[in-house]
Design a protein around this ligand. Structure first.
Ligand SMILES: *[C@@H]1O[C@H](CO)[C@@H](O)[C@H](O)[C@H]1NC(C)=O
Ligand SMILES: *[C@@H]1O[C@H](CO)[C@@H](O)[C@H](O)[C@H]1NC(C)=O
Ligand SMILES: *[C@@H]1O[C@H](CO)[C@@H](O)[C@H](O)[C@H]1NC(C)=O
Length: 194
């Protein structure tokens, strides 16, 4: 009697843990497949899989999470630019000041883009596909403007002799552009399908 109960319990446990493993596996597969459509798939995969629980297999949530990740990278780079600016002078200081401005604009645009697609959760419930196209199109416009601002930050250093630290900051901004590019690619999947 007790043995049967224990057996039943064990098979129930095995069933549940298999189900959990499978569903986790599929979310991971979903993220991997979606990231395959970006320009930097392994960066996409490694930065977004920590949010698998929030993403599930929802392409809108994946795009929001990607925008959130990009936003936090922009904030990091912007803090770095502001810190270097305090100890720099001349053209380097001017370029850093411009970076703080353009990265600030990039952060606003990324946040706005994330806010716009967050609304999609509601739009898909009401079934307004025209509304979805409109919101995704706004989000794409803002995300691509964010990338332009990141580029403008880097352009400011053309022909400027910067030290090692500032050059490292530029590399960091180059990395930020990859996160933004990925977030934009994931937005594109919302309207272009597969
Ligand atoms: C789960 O992941 C493994 C390893 O990545 C893969 O071989 C397997 O096909 C996946 N299973 C499902 C159900 O997707
Ligand atoms: C994205 O960030 C916002 C603000 O921090 C947060 O409210 C939201 O839950 C995040 N979205 C996802 C899907 O993680
Ligand atoms: C985005 O901006 C809104 C206000 O416009 C703010 O409440 C929210 O915290 C911001 N999100 C992030 C992730 O900074």
């Amino acid at each position: 009697m007790a043995e049967t109960k224990a057996k039943r319990f064990l098979s129930l446990f095995l069933l549940l843990s298999t189900a959990a493993a499978t569903s986790k596996n599929t979310t991971i597969d979903f993220i991997r497949q979606s990231c395959g459509k970006t320009l930097y798939p392994s960066l996409c995969y490694s930065s977004l899989t920590p949010y698998a629980t929030a993403v599930q297999q929802d392409p809108v949530k994946l795009a929001v999470v990607a925008a959130n990740v990009s936003l936090s990278k922009i904030h990091d780079a912007s803090s770095l630019a502001a810190a270097f600016r305090r100890s720099s002078a001349g053209r380097v200081s001017a370029a850093l000041r411009d970076c703080v401005d353009t990265l600030g604009a990039a952060a606003d645009l990324t946040n706005r883009s994330a806010g716009e697609i967050t609304k999609l959760g509601d739009a898909s419930k009401t079934g307004g596909s025209g509304e979805i196209a409109w919101e995704v199109s706004n989000a794409q416009t803002w995300m691509s403007a964010a990338m332009t601002n990141e580029e403008t930050c880097l352009d400011g250093f053309d022909g400027v002799r910067a030290g090692k630290g500032v050059r490292a900051m530029c590399d960091r901004v180059g990395g930020v552009k990859k996160y933004t590019s990925n977030a934009l690619a994931l937005l594109n999947t919302l309207v272009h399908g597969s």
